[in-house]
Design a protein. Structure first.
Length: 311
């Protein structure tokens, strides 16, 4: 993370005299005794805390049990990181499986795909709000009916949580944390793009990168901040649960699809393409379709609001 990408041997180094608005800086790392903390990890951690607090406040506003909001947020994010790493290896770096075997999958800290993260988050929400209650709620209810206290695991897995209002609460909080996460990517220069004289390009070193280039971590952070502002502006609007899920898909997916056309193809870190598109672009198309489906469902349901709280 953050090491020079290096031009590929066949790449032509463009000559550009234009100085980008944003000067290049080396990714920074803090060594606090035995603890080594890089800027990406720091900003992602702060983003998680911010998103968790926004979700907690939103849950209180909606009359939800704070325990359910916090538990589901932690579980969904954990699933996002887990599946995000699997996709990072399988979709983007399959050669790691040949080189490292199953260890490449097990090293969940070594690389992350945002597309895989979204898949994992959806999977985590389905497990948390539908599968676990379906499997464990009858046992939990039976214990409570008999005056017994269910053990913490059964109580946690068997709690009934209405899907859409909890999913929408988590989705509302997501862009606030994701903005900082993408700033973390920008701080580490994880997503170096094509050569550019755009005023927000970064003036990368000529020797390693060939001069100014797009830095897609910055672009996505700026756009996600716009999404967060739109969400905040709509926080008191009488919206049906699921609206923020659809709005995220509508605002994020087209932008991510476009941003990935700016990814470099001449550096050694160039992303793999599937039929001309990156895995994230295919994921963005799927996300856009899902957003249309959710919005269509909301329109069919009509203007009445979903009740808050547990089922």
């Amino acid at each position: 993370m953050g090491s020079p990408a290096m031009l590929s041997p066949t790449a032509e180094v463009p000559t550009m005299s234009f100085l980008a608005l944003i000067p290049y800086y080396k990714p920074f790392i803090w060594e606090l005794g035995p603890v080594v903390l890089d800027s990406w990890a720091l900003l992602v951690s702060i983003g998680f805390i911010l998103g968790l607090e926004v979700a907690r406040a939103r849950g209180i506003q909606k009359g939800l049990d704070v325990r359910d909001v916090v538990d589901s947020a932690v579980f969904v994010v954990a699933m996002g990181f887990l599946v995000g790493h699997v996709v990072h290896v399988v979709a983007y770096n399959p050669q790691q499986i040949d080189e490292q075997g199953i260890w490449a999958i097990l090293k969940v800290w070594a690389g992350f795909s945002s597309t895989g993260g979204f898949i994992g988050a959806v999977l985590g929400a389905v497990l948390m709000f539908q599968v676990f209650p379906m499997l464990f709620a009858p046992r939990r209810d039976a214990l409570l009916a008999n005056g017994k206290v269910p053990n913490p695991v059964v109580d946690w897995l068997g709690r009934r949580r209405e899907f859409w209002i909890h999913a929408d609460t988590l989705m509302y909080s997501f862009p606030f944390g994701w903005t900082l996460g993408r700033l973390g990517c920008f701080s580490a220069h994880d997503h170096v793009g094509t050569p550019s004289e755009f005023f927000l390009a970064v003036d990368f070193p000529e020797a390693y990168y060939g001069g100014p280039r797009h830095d897609l971590g910055l672009y996505e952070a700026l756009w996600t901040a716009v999404i967060a502002a739109a969400f905040y502006a709509l926080r008191k609007a009488p919206l049906r649960s699921g609206f923020f899920v659809a709005l995220w898909c509508a605002m994020y997916a087209p932008a991510r699809l476009g941003f990935d056309f700016l990814r470099n193809v001449d550096l050694t870190t160039a992303d793999v393409r599937w039929v001309g598109l990156t895995p994230a672009q295919w994921g963005s198309i799927a996300m856009a379709v899902a957003g249309v489906a959710v919005m269509g469902w909301l329109m069919r349901k009509g203007p009445e609001l979903e009740p808050a709280g547990e089922e």
